[in-house]
Design a binder for this molecule. Structure first.
Ligand SMILES: [Zn+2]
Ligand SMILES: [Zn+2]
Ligand SMILES: [Zn+2]
Length: 291
C-alpha cells in the first residue's frame, strides 16, 4: 500500500488566510530552515510547508487501484501539487466542509466516482453520512453514493475496509481500518474525534503499520475553549480539546494505546506554537509511506 498525505490540516489549514502568527509565517517563508527539514522527510516544500484540508490518497500495490479518503476543498491544488492520478473511488468519514466539499470537483473530471460512506442515521441531522452526501451532491450525476454499515468489512479498490465509529459530537463520524489483503498491510485513520473512542473501534484501529491520529491543538489551548478540555491524563493534561477533537497530548496517548508501527498526527491547526508545530510526528502535506 502506497500512502500519500494530500491534506494534513484542520478546517482553515496552515498557513491560514490573512494570519501572521509565527506558525503561518514560517510555513510561508521560502528561507526558513523548515524547508530543509521537510526535504529530509521526503517532502518537496519549495512552494511552502502546507497543511491543507484533510485528505489521504492510497494506491493498492497488488491491483494498482486507487482510493481517496475524504474529499478536501483543496482537491484541485492537492492533485496538481502531488502529481497523483485521479482516484478510482472515495470514502467520506463525515459531512463537515473540510472532508466533503471537494466533491464538486467530480464534475467533468470523472465519468463515475463511487463514494462510500456510513448508512447509520444521525439523530441530530436525521440523515446518514451517505444520505448527507447524496442530498448535497444530488445535482452531480458523476457521483454515485454507496452506503455501508459501520464495523462490517467491505471491498473497495481491492482493499478491505471497515468504518469504525468515533466521537465527534454532535455529528456522527468514522475512523477507518484499511487492509491490503495480498500483503496484510494495514492503515488506521482515526477521523475527527475526541479521545474517548469506543473500545470496539480502538481494537480495530490497533496494531496498524501506520496510524493517522487526529490532534488539533496543544493541550494548553483548552483554556481558550468555552468548554475547556476533557479526558485528562493522570497528570491532569486534557486529551480532548472541547468535545470534538484530540489535543496533541491526546493524539500521542491514543497512538500509544493503539500501538502502530508508525504514526503521524494529522488535522493540526496553526494555533500550535511554531517551535512545536513542526515536530517530526506531526504530518505535513506531501509525506509518503510504503506499507
Ligand atoms: Zn496562523
Ligand atoms: Zn469534523
Ligand atoms: Zn475536520
Amino acid at each position: 500500500m502506497e500512502v500519500t498525505l494530500l491534506g494534513t490540516g484542520d478546517t482553515t489549514g496552515t498557513p491560514t488566510i490573512g494570519c501572521d502568527c509565527d506558525t503561518c509565517e514560517r510555513a510561508r517563508d521560502p528561507d526558513d530552515p523548515l524547508r530543509e527539514r521537510m526535504a529530509e522527510r521526503g517532502v518537496d516544500a519549495q512552494g511552502g510547508v502546507e497543511r491543507s484540508r484533510f485528505s489521504v490518497y492510497l494506491e493498492n500495490d497488488a491491483t494498482g487501484e486507487t482510493l481517496l479518503v475524504d474529499v478536501s476543498p483543496d482537491f484541485r491544488h492537492q492533485f496538481l501539487r502531488d502529481g497523483v492520478p485521479l482516484p478510482d473511488a472515495a470514502i467520506v468519514t463525515h459531512v463537515h466542509f473540510d472532508h466533503l466539499d471537494g466533491l464538486g470537483n467530480a464534475y467533468r473530471l470523472f465519468d463515475d466516482l463511487p463514494v462510500y460512506a456510513a448508512d447509520e442515521t444521525d439523530p441530530v441531522t436525521g440523515e446518514s453520512v451517505a444520505e448527507g452526501i447524496r442530498s448535497r451532491y444530488d445535482y452531480l450525476d458523476t457521483v454515485s453514493v454507496h452506503p455501508r454499515t459501520p464495523y462490517e468489512p467491505f471491498e473497495v479498490a481491492g482493499f478491505e475496509v471497515r468504518l469504525v465509529p468515533v466521537e465527534h459530537p454532535p455529528m456522527l463520524c468514522y475512523g477507518l481500518r484499511i487492509e491490503e489483503p495480498e500483503t496484510g498491510a494495514v492503515l488506521a485513520i482515526t477521523g475527527d474525534t475526541c479521545y474517548e473512542v469506543p473500545d470496539r473501534s480502538r481494537d480495530l484501529l490497533s496494531g496498524a503499520d501506520l496510524a493517522l491520529v487526529e490532534g488539533l491543538v496543544h493541550a494548553e489551548a483548552c483554556e481558550f475553549h468555552p468548554k475547556g478540555g476533557a479526558h485528562h491524563d493522570a497528570d491532569g493534561v486534557p486529551r480532548t480539546f472541547g468535545t470534538k477533537h484530540m489535543t496533541l497530548s491526546g493524539a500521542r496517548d491514543f497512538a500509544a494505546d493503539i500501538d502502530p508501527d508508525d504514526y503521524r498526527i494529522v488535522h493540526t491547526a496553526h494555533y500550535v506554537p511554531a517551535e512545536r508545530a513542526f515536530a517530526d510526528d506531526i504530518a505535513v502535506d506531501g509525506e509518503r509511506f510504503s506499507l
